[in-house]
Write a protein that binds this ligand. Sequence first.
Ligand code: AQP
Length: 344
Amino acid sequence: MTDQAPAPFTGKSRVLSGVQPSGDLHLGNYLGALVKFARLQNEMETFIFVADLHAITAWQDPAKLKNQVREIAAAYLATGLDPRVATIFAQSAVPAHAELAWVFNCVARLGWLDRMTQFKDKAGKHKERESVGLYTYPVLQAADILIYKATHVPVGEDQRQHLELTRDIAAKFNHDFDTPGFFPLPEALTQGPGARIMSLRDGSVKMSKSDPSDNSRINLTDDADTMSQKIRKARTDAEVLPEKLEDLAGRPEAQNLIGIYAALAGRQAQDVLTEFAGHGFGVFKPKLADLVVSVMGPIGGDMRRMLADPAEIDRILSAGAERAREVAAPNLAEVKRIVGYWAS
Ligand code: AQP
């Protein structure tokens, strides 16, 4: 119980999302997250960060991490985020994320975290050797979102469960401290054709930065030849493409490539299938490669140009961090007061 009513949630729509600087960004990150960021910035107040606190849940070379952060920032800018419109910053520059995460560590329940499938997927058979940070990652993610009282979180389908956990944490905090509505229950924006892009080598696992096979993904920084080669080598089957979407059932690699084509072309998967029905991958793959190169090629070029001027990227990140700290500070102060901390 608190002696003073907390400021109620204002109901203002605010978007927050981020990407870890843990490797090369790929087509899945682009379609599942980055394109949505650029679109949403014109619809809602938008905060997009580079998740460097999250990145060290797996080992990162300290000599490279700062540059990896700049690379993600460059990808944001190259895919259309405008620092005059959206707030772009590095997570480590806003200590309030970590401070709120501690409070949430004490709100979240072990049983909730035990259910997180991403931890199970990433830890595999040797979970006792993983960092504690990898286990509590979704709690920090809840703090990332709620420190800004964000209402909408554009992410790929793989993050949906973490968003549910964020809502559970928000609801339990509001209930336990008798502060109804203090934290909003944010909504995951996973809709869209690129919500789950699969590996080019195995249609049953998602495309991922940490996949040891570089051929499993199209990186934003791949050159045109590499992109085309990866599409040519993508695992497929020997059958021709059918007329109807439902006839792709049981062919995950074919489904994935059709889905990628549709997402990049801004068309319906059925429409793409109608165009290529009766053809094999010998016909479809070159067309897909051309499309991938035409959409992704310029992004890589823009990123390289921006990375040639790291001081400008740092300037954008610093200005974004200042703004993010300003928005986070009163929310953290209220949390401290609600919890009853001495230093509130
Ligand atoms: N394959 C995917 N399809 C659609 N969206 C995807 N995302 C990731 N993979 C796909 C979305 O990209 C955003 C940033 O993800 P992240 O870097 O924070 O972490 P992640 O989800 O763990 O991504 P990766 O590429 O798989 O990285 P590693 O291998 O380092 O774990 C998120 O919105 C995510 O949904």
